[in-house]
Ligand binder design. Structure first.
Ligand code: SIN
Length: 508
């Protein structure tokens, strides 16, 4: 059966007018913007091209933003280059104060920013508002860290010599962010960059530029000087090529696929840029026989279906030991079936639409491949009756490593269960991927908690929890999941150069 285009579905159609009305109010408040933001001002793109932003829940076009040409991106780099020295010369306390004000303004507009985010990305409003609050928490964290970029004095190896170690901002930063967290990914890159004293050219995902523009507007209202944060949305290949090709851009920070991460690395090699890359994951979620099953169940549901399964840290493979496998699968399938799918602005919705048709096709491809190789669907498995890009929360049993979904992120609401018999097998299965972002396991055995967390080749490990994200902890991957860390003091270090100053000629 051909799915209904969701905008035509009588179940979804009433939302089109509602979203339009809410967005018009935000336009009036100056939070819905469609131009580029360069050197502290909105400006049209030099060409006529525009990007259509659609509500993924209805398919309706909700905005048409300017599409930056290469010249527009260069203008943004120039503005950042002009601004960076003045910004770096401000005291850390000054920079901290601007970040504090930005954090406060974001919290004041939490609901409006949440509506904008739901409209362009699709996640339920409560999750969108949660993301906005979490973005503000990152900005607050870096408002605090801005004042703690301490240097060192190293004991000297020679009489009359002083050895100083200081930190300086790297300079202009090119930040490229994805659509799955349109606000959070900006906060965790831009806040440490400007806390460190850098200036940023931000290219948000073409699907979700509205949150970026609203955040930039609030940053300006908070007193961020012109040129310190510039927003240029446009063709990703062209914008990426200009940012990586420009020698004034000293660091590229990117969250997205491993494939694009490799491309940006290659393009950055010519000017030896620094890179922080948060790339794809393929998270194992392991439940041992000795686990607290209620906690494991709640953790697996949260980790899998958050953001409709569209996060890099989502449980992609649920590995369950033989003794508890059947009970866990049965309880999990019951809970998944009870989850409400719908437009993110409707109360009580737990799962919104997928971002686009290509995302749904990938889910369908993984399901067809798994079924052909012997997996069984216990619940869901189809496009949702709402049509469009809505998909049923799906549970699969009998998954094995030969299946496509074992080797690559599904990025959708599909929970495949793998069965294992002992600890060694679980760790080997978990590590049998080129990705190394997040992993989770549940056990009550303290020795096992240490052994397994040490054995897992992942940058982030959750023990007895499916929710690991926190602005004060370092987030990032091993192996092909990336380079560098975001969050915590380590996230600030990414944007700082270390300088050694050796002083002589000043006496003993
Ligand atoms: C992601 O990177 O996709 C998830 C980020 C988070 O949960 O903090």
């Amino acid at each position: 059966m051909t799915p209904l285009a969701s905008a035509e579905s009588p179940l979804v159609r009433p939302h089109v007018a509602d979203v339009r009305q809410r967005l018009e109010a935000l336009r009036g408040d100056g939070l819905l913007r469609e131009d580029l933001f360069v050197d502290g001002a909105l400006r049209p793109a030099t060409g006529d091209a525009r990007l259509e932003v659609t509500d993924p829940a209805t398919g309706a076009v909700i905005a048409r933003v300017a599409s930056a040409s290469g010249d527009d991106v260069l203008a943004a780099v120039e503005a950042a280059e002009r601004a960076r020295r003045h910004w770096a010369a401000r005291t850390a306390t000054d920079r901290s104060n601007v970040l504090w004000r930005w954090h406060e303004l974001i919290l004041e507009h939490r609901h409006d920013l949440g509506v904008l985010l739901t409209a362009e990305q699709g996640k339920p409003l409560a999750a969108a508002e949660g993301e906005v609050a979490y973005s503000a928490a990152f900005i607050r964290w870096y408002a605090e860290e801005a004042r703690r970029a301490y240097g060192e004095i190293v004991p000297s190896n020679k009489a009359g010599r002083r050895i100083l170690v200081t930190h300086q901002p790297v300079g202009v930063v090119g930040a490229i962010t994805p659509w799955n967290f349109p606000s959070l990914m900006i906060a965790r890159k831009v806040a440490p960059a400007i806390a460190a004293g850098c200036a940023v050219v931000l290219k948000p995902a073409s699907e979700t530029p509205l949150s970026a523009l609203a955040l930039a507007e609030l940053a300006a209202r908070a007193g961020l000087p012109p040129g310190v944060l510039n927003v240029v949305h446009g063709d990703p290949v062209e914008v990426g090529a200009v940012l990586t090709g420009d020698e004034r851009v000293r660091l590229i920070t990117f969250t997205g696929s491993t494939e694009i991460g490799r491309l940006l690395m290659a393009q950055s090699a010519r000017s030896v840029k620094r890179l922080t890359l948060e790339l794809g994951g393929n998270a194992p979620f392991i439940v041992f026989d000795d686990a607290d099953l209620d906690a494991a169940l709640a953790g697996a549901i949260e980790s899998k279906y958050r953001n409709a399964g569209q996060t890099c840290v989502c449980a992609n493979r649920i590995l369950v030991q033989g003794g508890v496998h059947d009970e866990l699968v049965e309880r999990y399938a019951e809970q998944a079936a009870a989850m409400r799918v719908g437009h993110g602005l409707e109360a009580g919705v737990a799962i919104g639409p997928l971002i686009d048709e290509a995302a749904v096709r990938k889910v369908e491809r993984h399901l067809a491949d798994a079924a052909a190789k012997g997996a069984r669907v216990l619940g869901g498995g189809h496009r949702h009756e709402l049509g469009g890009t809505f998909f049923e929360p799906t549970v699969l049993v009998g998954a094995d490593p030969s299946m496509e979904l074992a080797g690559a992120e599904t990025f959708g609401p599909v929970a495949p269960f793998f069965r294992f018999e002992d600890e060694e097998e679980a760790v080997e299965l978990a590590n049998s991927t080129e990705s190394g972002l997040a992993a989770y396991f549940f056990t009550r055995d303290l020795g096992r908690a240490f052994r397994v967390s040490e054995g897992l080749e992942f940058g982030v490990v959750g023990v007895n929890t499916g929710a690991i994200s926190y602005e004060g902890a370092p987030f990032g991957g091993m192996k092909q999941s990336g380079l560098g860390r975001e969050g915590s003091r380590h996230g600030l270090e990414e944007f700082l150069e270390t300088k050694y100053v050796c002083i002589e000629g000043i006496g003993q």
